[in-house]
Design a protein around this ligand. Structure first.
Ligand SMILES: Nc1nc2c(ncn2[C@@H]2O[C@H](COP(=O)(O)OP(=O)(O)OP(=O)(O)O)[C@@H](O)[C@H]2O)c(=O)[nH]1
Ligand SMILES: [Mg+2]
Length: 234
């Protein structure tokens, strides 16, 4: 009886090892694909932003908000959603070249999906490629897609505690937009605590406050994106 149990145990361990090996191999291939995409985009002088945040935090509104400062004709967007092409249509209304990826349940984009979209999009002459990742405050963290920077859109309405509870998303961000700033009083947002908690895990991120009620609030995000692109790609 114990022999049978031992064999089952060994079998289980063997299967676990195989799964880990497979996962490592997928991760490695993802990272290599992301590097290739990054090299291609760098060669074309296209600055790529991996835009992340919770569902409804204001990611698409953030891209729309950039348009007075960055010409829509200079931009392209890869739009990641579980289902639908609602956001793609929103961006097309702003005359932005947009490509929809539906993950059908997948909680983040991966480098293979992005590489495929990059091949299909006509990017020549574009200066900016924004990848709007699937709305999620956990899964997209640490999955390279080929981006030059990570941007996080996190709204006041999600609560002051988010940098403490979802620190991995805040850790790797180069740009953090505190969105829905107009709602801060209504939702009891405590800004000093929030910024302090971001700084505990991320000293370098550029933190800006945005609101669709005041379009000028997107100017500093655009300025950061333009100057970072120019410094990196010339
Ligand atoms: N009051 C207020 N509402 C905002 C602001 N930004 C976005 N919203 C609203 O929040 C909702 C979600 O905004 P989206 O830009 O669609 O958010 P998203 O992160 O792209 O959403 P998903 O793609 O579905 O994850 C919309 O109804 C927006 O009008 C803001 O600054 N202030
Ligand atoms: Mg969106």
């Amino acid at each position: 009886m114990s022999d049978v149990r031992d064999m089952r145990m060994q079998d289980k361990k063997q299967k676990e090892k195989e799964i880990i090996r497979l996962q490592e191999s997928v991760n490695r291939e993802n990272d290599e694909t992301a590097e290739k995409t990054n090299r291609f985009l760098t060669g074309e002088k296209i600055f790529c932003i991996n835009l992340m945040g919770s569902p409804g935090s204001g990611k698409t509104a953030f891209i729309e908000g950039l348009t007075p400062y960055i010409k829509p004709s200079e931009m392209a967007v890869i739009q990641g959603d579980l289902e639908s092409d609602i956001d793609k249509k929103r961006l097309q209304k702003k005359k932005i070249l947009a490509y929809q990826i539906n993950t059908h349940g997948g909680c983040h984009l991966n480098a293979f999906m992005v590489a495929d979209a990059v091949r299909k999009l006509k990017l020549r002459g574009k200066k900016y490629l924004v990848i709007e990742n699937v709305g999620n405050l956990v899964c997209p963290a640490g999955i390279p897609l080929g981006q030059h920077i990570n941007a996080l859109v996190s709204s006041t309405a999600e609560g002051t505690d988010k940098p403490r509870k979802y620190d991995i998303m805040f850790m790797d961000a180069d740009l953090i937009a505190i969105s829905k700033y107009d709602l801060r009083a209504a939702v009891g947002f405590r800004e000093r605590q929030y910024v302090k908690d971001i700084r505990r895990v991320n000293k370098k991120a550029q933190i800006i406050k945005t609101s669709i009620k005041d379009r000028k609030t997107f100017a500093s995000a655009a300025k950061y994106i333009i100057s970072t692109r120019n410094a990196l790609l010339g």
